[in-house]
Design a protein. Structure first.
Lengths: 299, 287
C-alpha cells in the first residue's frame, strides 16, 4: 500500500518534470529543428517563392555556388575578418583581464567598466558611429588633415582595403570587453597565491603571463575562440550598416550575401539562399563538434 | 622556522616596496588609460554629435553644442521615434518575460527531475546552438507569413523565446538547488507547481536577473530577424529606425546620432545599473 503510494508519487513527479520542460522543448523544435530541415529541402529546389520545384540535378544550388564569384568573395571576406580579428581581440582581452586581475592595481572597477562599455551599444548603433567617424567628412579625416598626416580627405569606406580594416577595427572595439569578461571570470578561479608565489620566485610579468595565465585559461581561450569564430561566420549587422557591403561588394559577408539573395530588393531566390546558408551551418556544426571535444577534456 | 622567518622578511620587504610596486605598474596604467579612452571616446562623441549641427560634426567639433533640441525635432519630424521606441520596449519586455518563464521552467524540469531520457533530450536540444540565424531565416519567414503573424510582436519573439543557452544557464545554476528542501516541502504538502513558484523562483533570483538582462539586451539589439519580419514601418524597431536614417544619400549626422543616442539609452542604463548581472548573463552557463 505504502509502496504503491510512493510509486505513484514518484510517477507524478517524473510527469511534472516532463510538463515543465515541454514548452521550451516544443518551441526549440518548431523554431530551430523543423526550419533547418525545411531549409535543407528548400535548398534542393529552384524557382521563385510562389512556385518552387525540385532542382535538376538536386545539387544544382550547391554546385552553382562554387562558380558564384560574389559568394566566394563573401566567404573570403568573412574568413579574412575571422583570421585577423579573432586572434588580435582575444590576445588583447587576455592581456586586459590579466592587468585588471592585479591586486595592486587601483581604479580596477573604473577601467573594467570603460573596457566593457562598448558592449552596451547595439551592433547597428556602433556600426553607424564608426561609419560616421570614418566618413569622408568624418572626425577621423578632419583630425588627420589638421595634423597634416593627410593632405586631402580620404574616403576610408570607399577603398576595399581600408574599409575592411575599419570593419576589423570596429569588431575589435565592440567585442574585446565582452571576451575580457570571460577571462576575468576564468582568472578569478585561479588562486591568486599562485601569482604571489611566482612573484616571490622572481618571475616577471611576461613569464607569469605565458607560464601561468595562458595554460590555466586554456579552456576559456578555446571557448571564447569558438564563440568568436561562430559569431564572425554569421557577421551581418556590421556589413550592412558600416559599409553596406561596399564598395562594390568588396566587404560583403556571407550572411549579408545570403540576405541579399533571399530578402533583398526584388530577389527571392530562396532555394539558392538556403543552399548558401547550409555552408555556414556546416562550418558552425564542425566548430561545435570541436568545442564539444574540447569541453570533454575539461571535465 | 627559517621558512616563516624568511616569509616574514619577504612580506616586510614587499611592504617597504609599496612605491616600487606602484612605479612598476605605470606602464599598465598608461596602457589601460589609452584602451579606456578608445573604448569610451566613440560613445562620448556620439553624445556630443547629437548636440551639434551636421556641419559642425563634419567640421570635427567634439565639444558639446546647443543644437540638441533641433536635432530632436528633426528626428521626430522625419521618423516615427515614439513608435519605434514603444515597439522596441514592447518586444524586448514581452520576450524577456515569456522567455524567463519558459526557459527557467525547462531548466528546472531538466535538472531537478532529471533521468536518463531527459538528459538525452537535453543534449539533443543543445544541437540547436549550432543552427545559424541565416539558415532558419527563410523557412521561419515563410512560417510566420503563412500564420499571418508578420509585423506582430509574435513574429519578433517566437523564434527567440526558448534558447538552448538560457535553458542551459538555468539548468547549470540549478545544480546547487537544495534537493532536501524540496523533499521536505513535498512532505509538508507543497505541490510540484508550488515548489516552482514558491521555492525555485525566489531562490534563483540572481540567475533570473542575469538571464533577464542578457535577454533584454539581445531583444533590444536584434536586427536581422526584425528586418525580415517587421516590414511595416509602424512595426519597426529602434535599430531599424537608425539604420533607415543612415541609408539616405546625405546623412544629417546630428540627427543620426540623436537617434543612435535614443537607441542606446535603455541598454546604457541597463549596463550601468546592472553591470554585474550583465556580465553574469554573458558568461551564463559557463561555470
Amino acid at each position: 500500500m505504502k509502496n504503491e503510494k510512493s510509486g505513484s508519487l514518484m510517477a507524478k513527479q517524473r510527469r511534472a518534470g516532463w510538463y515543465y520542460l515541454m514548452p521550451g522543448t516544443v518551441l526549440i523544435t518548431i523554431m530551430s529543428f523543423i526550419p533547418i530541415i525545411n531549409g535543407f529541402l528548400t535548398s534542393l529546389k529552384t524557382g521563385s517563392s510562389a512556385n518552387m520545384k525540385w532542382a535538376s540535378p538536386l545539387t544544382y544550388n550547391y554546385t552553382r555556388m562554387f562558380k558564384d564569384a560574389l559568394f566566394l568573395r563573401s566567404m573570403g571576406n568573412t574568413f579574412l575578418y575571422l583570421v585577423v580579428e579573432v586572434p588580435i581581440m582575444l590576445i588583447l582581452a587576455i592581456l586586459l583581464a590579466q592587468l585588471l586581475n592585479n591586486h595592486d592595481l587601483k581604479f580596477k572597477g573604473f577601467f573594467r567598466t570603460c573596457v566593457f562599455l562598448p558592449c552596451a551599444t547595439s551592433l547597428v548603433s556602433y556600426s553607424l558611429i564608426f561609419k560616421s567617424l570614418f566618413a569622408t567628412d568624418g572626425l577621423v579625416n578632419t583630425v588627420l588633415c589638421k595634423l597634416g598626416i593627410l593632405q586631402t580627405h580620404y574616403n576610408f569606406l570607399g577603398n576595399p582595403t581600408s574599409a575592411k580594416i575599419i570593419i576589423i577595427l570596429a569588431l575589435i572595439w565592440r567585442w574585446t570587453g565582452y571576451n575580457m569578461v570571460f577571462f576575468l571570470a576564468g582568472l578569478q578561479n585561479i588562486d591568486y597565491s599562485v601569482y604571489e608565489a611566482a612573484k616571490i620566485d622572481g618571475a616577471n610579468g611576461w613569464q607569469t603571463f605565458w607560464k601561468i595565465t595562458v595554460p590555466l585559461l586554456m579552456p576559456t581561450i578555446v571557448m571564447t575562440a569558438i564563440m568568436s569564430i561562430n559569431g564572425t561566420l554569421q557577421l551581418f549587422d556590421e556589413s550592412v550598416n558600416l559599409t553596406n557591403g561596399g564598395p562594390a561588394n568588396a566587404t560583403i559577408t556571407m550572411s549579408h550575401y545570403i540576405y541579399n539573395n533571399s530578402m533583398g530588393q526584388g530577389v527571392a531566390n530562396f532555394g539558392y539562399a538556403s543552399a548558401l546558408s547550409f555552408v555556414i551551418f556546416v562550418m558552425v556544426a564542425i566548430l561545435s563538434f570541436i568545442s564539444m571535444k574540447a569541453g570533454d577534456k575539461r571535465d | 622556522m627559517t621558512n616563516t622567518a624568511e616569509t616574514h622578511a619577504l612580506v616586510q620587504r614587499e611592504k617597504g616596496k609599496k612605491h616600487m610596486i606602484q612605479r612598476r605598474l605605470i606602464p599598465a596604467y598608461i596602457f589601460l588609460i589609452i584602451i579606456s579612452f578608445i573604448s569610451v571616446f566613440p560613445l562620448l562623441w556620439m553624445i556630443s554629435a547629437a548636440t551639434n549641427t551636421s556641419l559642425d560634426v563634419a567640421r570635427g567639433k567634439i565639444m558639446f553644442g546647443t543644437y540638441a533640441m533641433q536635432n530632436f525635432k528633426n528626428l521626430i519630424a522625419s521618423q516615427n521615434l515614439a513608435g519605434a521606441m514603444g515597439n522596441s520596449f514592447l518586444y524586448a519586455i514581452v520576450q524577456t518575460v515569456i522567455s524567463m518563464f519558459v526557459c527557467s521552467l525547462a531548466g528546472f524540469g531538466f535538472e531537478l527531475y532529471h533521468d536518463k531520457n531527459k538528459d538525452r533530450l537535453f543534449s539533443i536540444l543543445l544541437l540547436a546552438m549550432m543552427v545559424p540565424q541565416v539558415a532558419t531565416m527563410v523557412p521561419l519567414f515563410k512560417m510566420m507569413s503563412r500564420a499571418g503573424l508578420l509585423n506582430s510582436v509574435w513574429a519578433f519573439i517566437l523564434p527567440s523565446i526558448s534558447t538552448p543557452f538560457l535553458i542551459m544557464m538555468f539548468r547549470q545554476n540549478s545544480r546547487n538547488f537544495p534537493n532536501d528542501l524540496m523533499q521536505a516541502a513535498r512532505i509538508d504538502g507543497l505541490s510540484e507547481t508550488g515548489i516552482f513558484f514558491r521555492m525555485y523562483v525566489p531562490i534563483m533570483k540572481s540567475t533570473y536577473a542575469a538571464a533577464a538582462v542578457i535577454t533584454f539586451m539581445n531583444a533590444w539589439n536584434a536586427y536581422m530577424w526584425p528586418k525580415v519580419v517587421m516590414t511595416d514601418n509602424r512595426a519597426q524597431t529602434m535599430p531599424m529606425l537608425i539604420a533607415n536614417i543612415a541609408s539616405g544619400y546625405s546623412i544629417d549626422y546630428g540627427m543620426l546620432m540623436m537617434g543612435v543616442l535614443f537607441c542606446s539609452i535603455p541598454t546604457m542604463i541597463v549596463f550601468f545599473v546592472l553591470q554585474k548581472q550583465f556580465a553574469e548573463g554573458i558568461t551564463g552557463a559557463v561555470k
